[in-house]
Design a protein around this ligand. Structure first.
Ligand code: CA
Length: 235
């Protein structure tokens, strides 16, 4: 992979300098800023590592503002484990998160995963051949894994859904076998990492986000105690 440029937003100088050192010695280029305003003003690069506890602007607002102008993958760094539902549930547009304290190898794995997906999406948008054409239709819903576009046709009007990379992966995974129930474990393994130990509530938060964007909660049915199923809502 070419150099991955990281924008690190972290006000704690000792954490920042150790992260910058580790990232650079692992082949990343890093721009470090210590405030939310500097983060909003900076070039987001290929991936943003965003500490939520910043001195000037709330990290949630920084996340939202970056996402308003850029599709760059954002990994949130938080010490507030109890607030993860807020991180993932409020459509902040973050793609992933790590909770302090976290291991460097874990962080690098997250960076690789989100940037790989973003690169594939960009290649698809340019029309490069990244994989076999893979278009899945579920009723009026079309998931195009080559271009990473999702469209919904209602009354002959086609609209494109603006999904985060995680939402896209989740919808795509459910659409692969529409009508079948996918268990939470399967979803976590496919959409997140197989070695991901976060709360399974994360899945619910992303399902909730997708339902909102699909405009009808019935698109994703919850099967109690098992998992989720994608199905076309009855008219
Ligand atoms: Ca902080």
């Amino acid at each position: 992979m070419a150099f991955v440029h990281v924008l690190l937003v972290e006000d704690d100088a000792s954490i920042a300098s150790s992260l910058v050192g580790s990232l650079e010695s692992n082949g990343f280029t890093v721009e470090h800023v210590a405030t939310g305003q500097a983060a909003i003003d900076a070039d987001p690069g290929d991936v943003v590592l965003l500490d939520l506890g910043l001195p000037d602007i709330d990290g949630y607002d920084v996340c939202r503002q970056i996402r308003a102008t850029s599709a760059v993958p954002i990994i949130v760094i938080t010490a507030r484990g109890e607030e993860l539902d807020r991180v993932l549930g409020l459509e902040l547009g973050a793609d992933d998160y790590v909770v302090k304290p976290f291991g460097f190898r874990e962080l690098v794995a997250r960076i690789r995963a989100v940037t790989r997906r973003a690169t594939a999406a960009a290649a698809g948008a340019r029309g490069d051949v990244v994989e076999a054409v893979d278009v899945i239709d579920v009723g009026p819903l079309r998931v195009d894994r080559r271009t990473h576009r999702v469209t919904l046709t209602n009354d002959r009007e086609e609209s494109e859904l603006a999904l985060t990379p995680k939402e896209f992966e989740l919808l795509s995974f459910l659409a692969e076998d529409a009508g079948a129930v996918r268990s939470r474990t399967e979803i976590i393994e496919h959409v997140w990492d197989a070695n991901w130990f976060g709360p399974t509530k994360t899945v619910d938060a992303h399902v909730a986000g997708l339902r909102r964007k699909l405009g009808d909660a019935r698109w994703i049915a919850a099967v109690r105690g098992v998992g989720f199923r994608l199905e076309t809502p009855e008219p």
